[in-house]
Design a protein around this ligand. Structure first.
Ligand code: NAP
Length: 267
């Protein structure tokens, strides 16, 4: 059976690793056309090549820094050109995945650093706003298009050292809810996928390249893999056009709540 995502244009931010890269490959297996953005262009090139091999109709990539309005606007005009100038499934953006983001540091508020706070708010909050504002004109009404934002369990519960990341993801959740109401009547679907512990480069970034500290986060437990989330993104975008998945929390079985993790080594 032909996938509803075949030849549809899918734009993924943060496609250079983790969920974003896995999502590129997952949408590719459905024959989607991909527009991939992130700051590490060498990684994007690899993601695009692997996506082509996995079945993408087209797979394009371009530098994107969601923390900068000018970069977002330049990226979206590039995307518009790609969508418009090639044979596509209707010439519109079908899926926008606002995935770029992450955590920087695990310091308490008393010890927090401005640069970390600013990076988290820029990418996780303002990045979604900028991307959505710029990309919305590329999305058709009543055509089953979807905006899927990546939140986190951190947007639902606070933890020590997570003040700003939790605030940023709580912000992402409220932006998603507001947008859902703002787009009511357009047929454009809006939702958030909020994962728990997943082993990607997330912790490596949070701990600024300290691989041992990053590894410890997942010690003795089985975290989600990037592919687990990627499959869910494809499933959401592939629902019939009258179905909106508003909010989805996805955790590993070994994580019952933020800070409540079953670790086999502890037994
Ligand atoms: N892993 C988890 O446990 C977990 C749980 C819940 C939610 N999340 C969320 O899931 C999303 C993806 O994270 P991940 O786990 O896949 O981690 P990851 O492997 O570190 O991937 C993060 C992606 O975001 C991109 N990115 C970061 N800042 C950016 C910016 N300013 N402009 C453009 N791209 C930017 C990175 O690309 P470049 O560095 O190349 O720009 C990278 O492709 C994030 O929003 C994260 O907060 C992760």
């Amino acid at each position: 059976m032909k996938s509803p995502l075949k030849n549809k244009w899918v734009l993924i931010t943060g496609a250079s690793s983790g969920f974003g890269m896995a999502a590129a490959k997952a949408f590719a297996t459905h024959g989607a056309n991909l527009l991939l953005g992130a700051r590490r262009v060498d990684r994007l090139k690899r993601a695009a090549a692997e996506s082509k091999r996995a079945g993408a109709g087209q797979a394009h990539f371009h530098f994107l820094d969601v923390a900068k309005t000018a970069s977002v606007e330049e990226f979206v005009s590039w995307a518009k050109e790609k969508i418009g100038s090639r044979k596509s499934g209707g010439g519109n953006l079908h899926v926008l995945i606002n995935n770029a983001g992450g955590a920087h540091g695990l310091e308490t508020v008393a010890r927090g650093k401005d640069a970390d706070w600013e990076a988290m708010i820029q990418s996780n909050v303002l990045g979604i706003l900028r991307m959505t504002r710029a990309a919305l004109p590329l999305m058709a009404r009543d055509a089953g298009a979807s905006i899927i934002n990546i939140g986190s369990v951190a947007g639902h519960a606070a933890y020590e050292g997570g003040a700003v990341y939790c605030a940023a993801k709580a912000g992402e959740l409220q932006i998603t809810r507001a947008l859902r109401m703002e787009l009511l009547g357009t047929g454009i679907r809006v939702g958030t996928v909020d994962p728990g512990l997943a082993e990607t480069e997330f912790s490596l970034v949070r701990f600024k390249g300290d691989a041992a500290a990053a590894k410890k986060v997942y010690e003795g437990m089985k975290p989600l893999a990037a592919e687990d989330i990627a499959e869910i993104l494809v499933w959401i975008a592939g629902r019939p056009s009258h179905v909106n998945i508003d909010e989805l929390i996805v955790k590993p079985v070994d994580q019952a709540a933020v800070g409540k993790v079953f670790r086999r080594a502890d037994r």
